[in-house]
Design a protein around this ligand. Sequence first.
Ligand SMILES: Cc1cc2nc3c(=O)[nH]c(=O)nc-3n(C[C@H](O)[C@H](O)[C@H](O)COP(=O)(O)O)c2cc1C
Length: 660
Amino acid sequence: MSGDDTAPTIASAVCRNKDDPTKQDTSKDSSPQNNQTTPNDRHNDPYRVQVKSEFLYEERPAILAQPKNNTERKAENDNNDNRSGKNTKNRGQNKKRPRDAKISSNQKACLQVIRGETCPFENCKYNHDLKEMLANRLEDLSEGEKGAEWLRGECPNWKLKGYCPFGLMCRLGSCHINMSTGQNMRRAVEEQEQPPVNEDAAAGNTDDSNGTPKPGTLLTHQHDVKNVISKETIIKLRKNQYPFVCKRHYEVTKQNGKNNPKPNDESFPTEESTNTPALELKERKLIDFRNKVYIAPLTTVGNLPFRRIMKQYGADITCGEMALSHELLQGKPSEWALLKRHPCEDVFGVQIAAGHADQYTRVAELLANEPELEVDFVDFNLGCPIDLVCEKGAGASLMLREKKLRGSLEGVTKVLNCPVTVKMRTGWDEKRNIAHLLVPSIQKWGIDGISAVMIHGRSRLQRYSKLANWDYIAEIAKSQSTDLRQIPVIGNGDIFSYTDYETNVLSRVANADGDDGCSNNLLPTAMLGRGALIKPWLPTEIKERRHWDISASERLDILKDFVRFGLEHWGSDQQGVNHTRRFLLEWISFLHRYVPVGMLEVIPQKMNQRPPNNMCGRSDLETLMLSTNCADWIKISEMLLGPVPDDFAFEPKHKANSYS
Ligand SMILES: Cc1cc2nc3c(=O)[nH]c(=O)nc-3n(C[C@H](O)[C@H](O)[C@H](O)COP(=O)(O)O)c2cc1C
């Protein structure tokens, strides 16, 4: 990754040495640190990050935004409530969603015009006047007083493919729009690929208000499902006409007794469907999880652009965000988009949550049948603690329903020829952990194709509070019968440095070879959750066994890459910019928790330690990146994506980024 310290406004504007404002950020020297720690007896609080005293300020640095007082906060909340139309038309919408720049229909280009054709629709509400649109076009993100200069000439689609399907709507379009005619240009690039983005999106043909595609629109910014599922399949799913192989489905549900489909159920097997030939079973592929860095599924923040960053920093295995089976079965593009894989993800899994065997099995059929969709493994979600998911019998509540779980695993493994993994918590309630009973049960079912069980070392009720219980994870790994095929166990929780990995995982893998007669199924695998979010370079640290004192400008470079990947993935028009900003801010709500190694009194920082709230970094940029204030995160987003509208607001979605 290139550390471009000279060009961007950002670097020159804020990346200064703390003592001498004229000096650039000198923390760029990122030589490996040894594992020396300096115990600080004076502040021996295990729940606080021990920061060197010179990095604690008494007077708030000018670079930081002033925190809001209670009156301002209340006014803002009231304003948000009004805007979201509380209890009226916007009920059910995520009220925390940032308010983005609105684009009227007239500002959107008609698809036909962008293509240089005549629009066949009489009442088309989109704009047909290229000249007018050109005159009213929003300026490039890199232009203007507060523009993100570093993006100049960087339309990612144009750069990569020689064509930007967003045409006039592209917020970086100066490089590919003929400014006198409004024509969207093409240029020859080696190995030119087909434009990957939907042209409906290019013309803005999506419903901005809630991100739902209009009828007939398949691909949208957020829901670009090209290379995931065919348009025909989506249509069949929406019309309830997908020809599931009900015979197998029937066999699976029959084992579960009471959940057999009723004769009137749409899923009840018909004469015809029970005669459908079984899917051809191919040889099952294997995945070796040992000595790998595996990025855990992470809803919202574990998106495709983030996973590309993780691959750059040494992640071996990646997994998509949790997808809900009933939404997949309804043919919802936004849900299918969660299964999208980037070519750099060489070992990629998808995670499915369902409460019933027939749902799991049907999704598996779709995964098996869709030629575009290539997944290396399918992960069962038995860990999601959210009420909405658990109430449907999915997520962590599936841990409590063994029969359903067994039927689901049998159904899915019969249909798929890729490995299946199960990710679970320790149990529902920490006082009654059950994973050490469930894992041996799964083993006894003798289902071929289950290649690993991942244990997040907390109960459902604990969510993210308390430390992950690694002793219990080791106990689970030893709980299986030695007479049967052993299922490998991967532990997960609180890995925030290479020493955490060595202490929690490697030492237990080594110790378990001991003479207590128990077999050792704990794999030497670094499964990262929040560690990857807060320190995306953590895979490198683990592989190189070092605490990396990465500089603020290097960290900014990571964010620049994310923005480039985001504009490529979500689109480079205003809506794509809005999505990219939103996901960037969600990520920063984790990233700010990192305290640079060079500022630490005691190395390494631990996941559960709360940093002091009066820290300043070694440069203004580092100080800004340490800020816990949303206003400062927005400021960072403005450096990267240009200014936000005046009434822009953001609140992070995930409570898991708290320290509690
Ligand atoms: C923001 C966030 C989103 C998550 N989303 C998922 C998910 O979609 N599926 C899942 O199985 N676990 C999810 N998890 C749990 C993680 O995969 C992981 O098990 C957990 O964070 C424990 O690891 P950690 O202590 O290293 O963070 C999520 C965790 C976080 C913080």
